[in-house]
Design a binder for this molecule. Structure first.
Ligand code: NAD
Ligand code: GLY
Length: 377
């Protein structure tokens, strides 16, 4: 590929005033990462943090790009997997950075999926009371969701993502080419979040995905790039309106997640159900609930289910082999959701495709009905 080709990328801005930043999306961005990130860095030294699955695949390319831009760098490689988002790993990382005499003008670079992005963002928020960091997301989920918006953190024994900080990155560099090495199951799971943006407030995007979704999974470069870019634009728009999830706009990003978190908690985060797979089932259940409450047409719920199934995502409770679900246990998990307020569960419902809204007064009997129906399906 020519130098010109490698330089080609799309860019959009997360409009957050002095905390605003650019998201660059395109194939070959990694090979240019040093030059692309240099203007966004406070100094000339970065600490690259990645995991032991991503390191052998993509670290060398990033290191070459940093050297090419004359940046000093050191790499730290952590174990891959959700268990890395822990107090123990945070301590290890922060102590390693301090041991290498990190200074305030140094920056962290998170090269990896949402696990690395969340942990590194949180480490950046706390080390020396806050240093800059750059997200270089390498999973579809991280490119379209976790790398954008500044939610950082780790898990506690009381639940996922219960400890963290809002700390916006200085830049997001999403190289859609690195998705070629990602397992198809992980790609599909990330795709659930792509489809989510269409369902929230971009009906035209959802219609486009109904035609092109399979190409996004199969890796057609231009299609993948458009899907990532449009998803980032959708998330950037919501984050700019409600950075700290205080007005309600950002809570729309939880479409399907109240159900999904209950399914994941019930499975014990054992890998039988990836987060995006749980979100796919959760979005189908949210659509069913919207139909049950009279907000959406049966046809809308059909479109959601058909599309997710067409790209190979699970759409019902029977998709988890061997699992015996219990409606009371799922309801119990939902009542412990982070978004419960005064004992009321917040649901994201849909007034049709692209018409997501928040509701705090859903009749619990309607939720029980759709879960019971889902069990019987
Ligand atoms: P992950 O980071 O665990 O990555 C999934 C797997 O893919 C890992 O084994 C990883 O090593 C591997 N991998 C990553 N990039 C690869 C590549 N290019 N090629 C081959 N393998 C690769 O998981 P994820 O799905 O990216 O992220 C999940 C995490 O994101 C969860 O902890 C979740 O809580 C968090 N999250 C955060 C936000 C947020 O707003 N901060 C939003 C959504 C999810
Ligand atoms: N993934 C939800 C959020 O960023 O708010």
């Amino acid at each position: 590929m020519s130098d010109e080709g490698l330089l080609e990328h799309d860019s959009l801005r997360v409009e957050l005033g002095e905390r605003g930043y650019d998201i660059l999306v395109g194939e070959g961005v990694l090979a240019r990462a040093g030059r692309l990130m240099a203007p966004a860095l406070p100094g000339r030294r970065v600490f690259v943090v990645t995991d032991d699955t991503v390191a052998p695949l993509h670290l060398e390319a990033l290191e070459c790009a940093l050297a090419d831009a004359g940046l000093q760098y050191e790499a730290l490689v952590l174990s891959s997997g959700e268990q890395t988002k822990s107090f123990a790993q945070l301590e290890k990382l922060v102590e390693a950075l301090l041991g290498r005499r990190i200074e305030r003008r140094d920056a962290l670079v998170a090269l990896g999926g949402g696990v690395i992005g969340d942990l590194v963002g949180f480490a950046a928020a706390v080390v020396l009371r806050g240093v800059d960091y750059i997200q270089v997301p390498t999973t579809l989920l991280a490119q379209v969701d976790s790398s954008v918006g500044g939610k950082t953190g780790i898990n506690s024994r009381h639940g996922k993502n219960l400890v963290g900080a809002f700390h916006q990155p200085r830049q997001v560099l999403a190289d859609t080419g690195v998705l070629d090495t990602l397992a198809k199951r992980e790609l599909r799971a990330g795709y659930a979040e792509v489809a989510k943006y269409g369902l929230i407030d971009r009906p035209d995007f959802f219609a486009w995905l109904e035609t092109h979704g399979a190409d996004v999974i199969d890796g057609r470069p231009e299609t993948r790039r458009k899907a990532v870019l449009t998803s980032c634009a959708a998330k950037a728009d919501i984050v700019a309106r409600d950075e700290r999830e205080s007005t309600g706009a950002r809570a729309l990003l939880n479409l399907g997640h109240t159900f999904a978190h209950a399914l994941e908690a019930e499975c014990g985060y054992d890998g039988t159900l990836l987060h995006g797979e749980a979100v796919a089932i959760g979005m189908c259940l949210a659509a069913d609930l919207s139909v049950e409450l009279g907000y959406a047409a049966l046809e809308d719920a059909g479109r959601v289910r058909n599309h997710l199934a067409a790209v190979g995502l699970p759409t019902g409770l029977s998709a988890v082999p061997g699992r015996i679900w219990s409606v009371p246990r799922l309801l119990d998990h939902m009542s412990r959701d982070k978004k419960v307020q005064d004992g009321r569960i917040t649901f994201v419902l849909m007034q049709g495709i692209g018409g997501a809204f928040l509701s705090r007064d859903v009749d619990p009997r309607a939720v029980e009905t759709i879960l019971t129906d889902a069990l019987a399906a």
